[in-house]
Design a binder for this molecule. Structure first.
Ligand code: SF4
Length: 381
């Protein structure tokens, strides 16, 4: 069974942040229209499959896997390599380990299932490693419901003697494609008190879900909710925000705009995008949707057959120098060819393609005009 074909239960560790914060999402999602798999989810599944293959076959470089993964671009294989570099040495020296293991966890009277990317026990340490291929949403290990539930699941499948020897539980996120001040690999040594608190929270949330609690609570966790395009609570929150923010005819303050942008990025933009996907599918299935239709995107011209074009160019007596272009490969391609450290640094010029607004937690340095001014003043003081 491939990674993308595995069935998730309605309550799964991977959706824990959502159903813990919004218990009603489980019932609403069950009645929501089916969502098409996004290209990003498909990319993530393929990357996980490659990572699993590398660990199962003890392959240290995903680029060297000859067949079956040609559809994965090189840059994405680089990301998988970060995960393999971290996990493979641990796998080779562990006492016990598991790759893409299905774990069962008991939360009160309910048993839920999840797939753990990689776990191992060495001596008195249990580590859970989760690979995140996405680059849009940065994931933190500290207090991470999903990873703590995985740790609980792995612990419960170990023998009593191994369990009792474990003193340290560490959960790790490997997320190479999303910039973070602490780098692509971030770990949290689980605090036993927080571990118990998280389990207690999860147990009480599962109870709420099982008792049919339909409370809806919009927040950043809506982004991956299957019910997002049809969720009445998100629509109500959007209306409420509009009523609050635009009630008085006055300019919004910087603080109000900053808070609104954060809300828009967390909820409004994902909501609009999920509604777009939902309506696209409905129209495509033949449903009449007032005010919307599907059209072809701008056409991209390409040759039907390069051989036919070359025949035609020969007959036209066109010169090869005019119809072929020869270009030097870029620095990334050269690095792949000869290795990163072999290219003299002075051959590469790095310049930004522009500036962008990001959250203050982003690890990149401040590039605002005022920051540049301060640097100039400091240098000239
Ligand atoms: S979209 Fe958000 S508020 Fe609505 S059900 Fe899903 S998680 Fe809850």
């Amino acid at each position: 069974m491939t990674h993308s074909e595995r069935q998730h239960t309605k309550i799964s560790p991977s959706g824990a942040t959502r159903w813990i914060n919004c218990p009603g999402s489980v019932i609403l999602s069950a009645t929501a229209p089916p969502q098409p798999e996004s290209p990003f989810a498909n990319e993530g599944s393929r990357a996980h499959e490659l990572a699993e293959y590398c660990l199962e076959h003890r392959v240290s470089d995903p680029h060297s896997v000859k067949s079956g993964f040609d559809d994965i671009p090189d840059l994405q294989k680089d990301a998988v390599r970060t995960y393999v570099d971290y996990t493979l040495p641990k796998l080779l020296t562990s006492d016990y380990c598991g790759i893409e293991d299905q774990v069962q966890l008991t939360l009160g009277d309910t048993v839920i299932k999840g797939i753990v990317d990689f776990w191992y026990v060495t001596g008195d340490r249990l580590e859970i490693v989760d690979y995140k291929h996405g680059q849009g949403v940065v994931v933190e290990p500290r207090g991470n419901y999903q990873l703590v539930l995985y740790a609980h699941g792995v612990l419960s499948m170990l023998s009593k003697s191994v369990q009792s020897a474990i003193k340290d539980i560490v959960v790790t996120i490997v997320q190479p494609r999303a910039p973070h001040a602490d780098g692509p690999i971030r770990s949290w040594q689980v605090d036993p008190k927080e571990f118990i608190e998280i389990l207690a929270t999860a147990i009480s949330s599962v109870k709420r879900v099982e008792s049919g609690d339909e409370t809806l609570n919009p927040g950043a966790w809506c982004r991956f909710c299957p019910a997002l395009p049809v969720c009445p609570a998100v629509a109500e929150q959007a209306k409420q925000k509009a009523r609050e923010e635009f009630a008085d005819c006055k300019l919004l303050s910087i603080e109000e705009v900053a808070a609104l942008l954060k809300w828009a990025e967390d909820v409004l933009i994902p909501w609009a995008s999920s509604m777009r996907g939902y309506l696209f599918d409905e129209i495509d299935r033949g449903q009449d949707v007032p005010g919307w239709k599907i059209v072809e995107k701008r056409a991209v011209r390409k040759w039907v057959s390069e051989d036919a074009v070359l025949d035609w160019a020969r007959k036209m007596r066109l010169r090869q120098a005019d119809i072929f272009e020869r270009r030097l490969i870029n620095p990334a391609q050269m690095e792949k060819l000869v290795g990163r450290k072999k290219i003299p640094a002075d051959l590469i010029d790095k310049h930004s393609s522009g500036r962008t607004l990001v959250r203050e937690t982003d690890p990149r340095s401040d590039a605002s005009s005022s920051a540049a001014g301060e640097e100039f003043l400091e240098e000239n003081e």
